[in-house]
Ligand binder design. Structure first.
Ligand code: FAD
Length: 544
């Protein structure tokens, strides 16, 4: 039943507005949708809030937005459209927080399901030996963090930014600095409730309806809408020792990153980023980080060189006395950031002293530029929610809701030197106006049964070129840079995979999924045979 229609031709028509021109078949659709009995409601007018995403380069107006109040609402809607069969070209896109980049959560003239409206049943935390939380697929990760922390618990694996929904990140992977140890978020889920493209409500786990469970994880919304998820939890730390060190030598930087992710005793979070042509960067850090050796750090000059920053974090639970000491130090930053011995009241190794010893021991064996150790001790919540601070600042300057032509890649370890030489030493020689992330993860922690595709190596790197458009002409320039990076990988046979992928032809999707493509198509036929779901991914097209 699947028609593989190349999408190339549609690329230039990403801006449709149908508000005032409903064609007859849509008038029929509107009247049939209005007959549905729902706990929530449908909105047909002024649906612009569901026509854009964070990427802000695509604008596609839906026919209607469903604000579901129950899983039944979503099932009723999809089943209705499924039963209309090929006589209707209606499609359905779940919209999490709409933080996709290329219109993946949009449905042109279709129905957008506003997942954040699905707030019942309430979040339920199960403490005990293997703690977990049951949440709505439309729940924001920041809310899960707030709620689980009340019980001294928290999810194990995160994204850098927490104003994303569970369904949105589980449809991709959910990767951050904890993924080297715990795997991405899709590997920290016990159970899902899913509404398939036929409108069936199915519970799935690794044992029950396992094929659907694995298909949906990393499945780009193609096989069902995640309405509920059971997420594994761990005891939450209260504080985080957050450390940044700098390198000019890329090989030493990656050597240290790879050594850290291979050790069981290393940090709890490992990331890194590239700093290109950024004067005064260290001054900016001084507000939140303390230089271990302030005099030497103030003498450090990058002299226009590209720098690589390794970012690490160690979690810990300070005692009450230690918290008081921390506060005293914060109030009086002139004291050393390393808590002096005399302030520790106990002879026993206390958590702060222990974390200091452990981090010092780790750092001692590393190859960073010695004068560039920057440390900060922050509450766990503040650490995890760190990108939100940048968001607030950018919002104030009107620089948050700008176009974001981001490119995310997973690059195999064996080719990371070639990639870096050409990309950081050639293509990206000027700042791209946004962070460039680079950090390795262990394939062994990732379950290959999900729909996510990764490079076929034990260790691979996440590269995130997270550009913002701030001036005229920037968009074209940045899109061209992205294309150059992708073309470079093709030309040099660097077997990378796009993360949060975007392709415009079926051949490219087939190449992206590689050996997983056939199963992906089979699963589509099983769970969404009319290609109703997630049309914005542009993988399958509803037959007309
Ligand atoms: P949406 O954009 O709303 O949806 C994404 C896709 O999933 C769409 O195809 C949609 O139809 C589908 N979908 C949404 N909800 C459901 C559901 N309940 N069931 C089935 N399908 C659904 N990613 C990382 O891995 N690590 C990061 O550190 C990270 N940081 C980010 C920081 C920022 C500032 C931004 C904007 C994005 C970041 N991302 C990161 C990417 C992010 O994880 C994805 O874009 C994610 O899809 C966004 O979640 P969302 O809730 O906004 O989903």
């Amino acid at each position: 039943h699947l028609s593989y229609i190349p999408y190339e031709a549609e690329e230039c028509s990403n801006h449709h507005d149908v508000s005032s021109s409903l064609i007859p078949s849509h008038l029929d659709s509107v009247s049939s949708l209005k007959t549905l009995s729902l706990d929530g409601y449908l909105i047909f007018d002024d649906t612009h809030y569901a026509s854009k995403d964070f990427g802000n380069t695509v604008n596609l107006l839906p026919l209607a937005v469903l604000h579901p109040k129950s899983v039944r609402d979503i099932a009723t809607m999809i089943n209705h459209i499924y039963r209309l069969g090929a006589t209707s070209d209606l499609t359905v896109a779940a919209r999490g927080h709409g933080h996709s980049l290329r219109g993946q959560a949009l449905a042109y003239q279709g129905i957008v399901v506003f997942m954040e409206s699905l707030t019942t049943p309430k979040m339920q935390i199960q403490p005990g030996e293997d703690p977990y939380v049951d949440v709505s697929g439309g729940e924001l990760w920041i809310n899960i963090l707030h709620e689980t922390l009340k019980h001294g618990l928290a999810p194990k694996s995160w994204t850098d930014y927490l104003y994303l929904t569970v369904g949105g990140t589980l449809s991709n992977a959910g990767i951050s600095g904890q993924a080297f140890r715990h795997g991405p978020q899709i590997h920290n889920v016990y159970r899902l409730e899913v509404v398939t493209g036929k409108g069936e409500i199915v519970i799935c786990t690794k044992k029950q309806n396992a094929n659907l469970f694995y298909a949906v994880l990393g499945g780009l919304g193609q096989f069902g809408i995640i309405t509920r998820a059971r997420i594994s939890l761990e005891t939450a730390p209260s504080m985080v020792r957050w450390i940044r060190v700098l390198y000019t030598n890329f090989s030493l930087f990656t050597k240290d990153q790879e050594s850290l992710i291979s050790s069981h005793k290393s940090f709890d979070y490992i990331e890194g980023f590239v700093i290109i042509n950024r004067a005064g960067l260290l001054n900016g850090w001084r507000a939140s980080f303390n230089a271990k050796d302030p005099v030497q750090a103030s003498k450090f000059r990058s002299e226009g060189k590209t720098l690589f920053c390794l970012e690490m974090a160690k979690y810990y639970h300070p005692t009450e006395t230690e918290i008081i000491n921390q506060v005293a130090l914060l109030l009086n930053p002139k004291l050393s950031i390393i808590i002096p011995e005399y302030q520790l009241t106990s002879e026993i190794l206390t958590p702060v002293k222990l974390v200091l010893q452990e981090t010092e021991a780790q750092l001692a064996g590393m190859n960073y530029i010695p004068s560039t150790v920057f440390t900060s001790d922050v509450p766990y919540l503040e650490f995890l929610n760190r990108v939100h601070n940048s968001e607030v600042q950018l919002q104030e300057k009107g620089l948050w809701n700008v176009p974001h032509p981001w490119l995310n890649l997973l690059v195999p370890k064996s080719r990371i030197d070639d990639f870096a030489k050409e990309v950081f030493g050639g293509i990206l020689t000027t700042s791209v106006n946004g962070p460039i992330l680079i950090y390795p993860v262990n394939q062994s922690k990732w379950d290959n049964k999900t729909s996510l595709v990764t490079p076929d190596e034990d260790v691979f790197y996440l590269i995130g070129i997270l550009s913002s458009v701030t001036g005229s002409g920037d968009l074209e320039k940045l899109v061209k840079l992205n294309s150059k990076v992708v073309e470079l990988c093709e030309a040099k046979a660097i077997a990378m995979k796009q993360y949060l992928p975007h392709y415009s032809t079926t051949d490219k999707w087939r190449a992206h999924f590689g050996s997983k493509w056939e199963r992906f198509v089979e699963n589509k036929l099983l769970y969404d045979p009319l290609s109703i779901l997630a049309p914005g991914q542009k993988i399958f097209q509803k037959p007309r």
